[in-house]
Design a protein around this ligand. Structure first.
Ligand code: 5GP
Length: 112
């Protein structure tokens, strides 16, 4: 079943896209837990990490690293939180695999 991320990838709905190549796209999360909160998403609609081919996962991690470095600098973050929810029990709400990249600050009150 098609998710909102496929609609973003197909330009059917808008998003603030910060990176794109032939395999992955990165855009700002619609609800910014901290400013700069970005999602790194494979173009192919794998539902979760268990389904992700290893080479695509490796590429997504490489881009997640680049986005993390850019985010830390752009938002003057003390740290960067990288996470992925897999399955409803883990808090996944969009069933198209993705990494969250979140700027974090000393004593912030983020809980995910
Ligand atoms: P999950 O809960 O699956 O780990 O994360 C899904 C994320 O997608 C949530 O943080 C949610 O705010 C974000 N999201 C849901 N719908 C949209 C949308 O239409 N546009 C954007 N940019 N992000 C979305």
């Amino acid at each position: 079943m098609s998710t909102v991320f496929e609609k973003i990838i197909n330009r059917e709905i808008p998003a603030y896209i910060v990176y794109e190549d032939e395999l992955v796209i990165a855009f700002l999360d619609i609800s910014q837990v901290t400013p700069g909160h970005t999602l790194v998403v494979p173009i192919a609609p794998y539902e979760n990490i268990y389904e992700m081919p290893d080479d695509l996962l490796a590429h997504a991690v490489k881009i997640t690293k680049k986005i993390s470095i850019a985010c830390k600098k752009a938002f003057d973050a003390d740290g960067i939180y990288v996470l992925s929810n897999n399955g409803e029990a883990a808090g996944q709400t969009v069933f198209h695999f993705h990494f969250h990249v979140l700027p974090r600050y000393i004593n912030d009150d983020v809980s995910l």
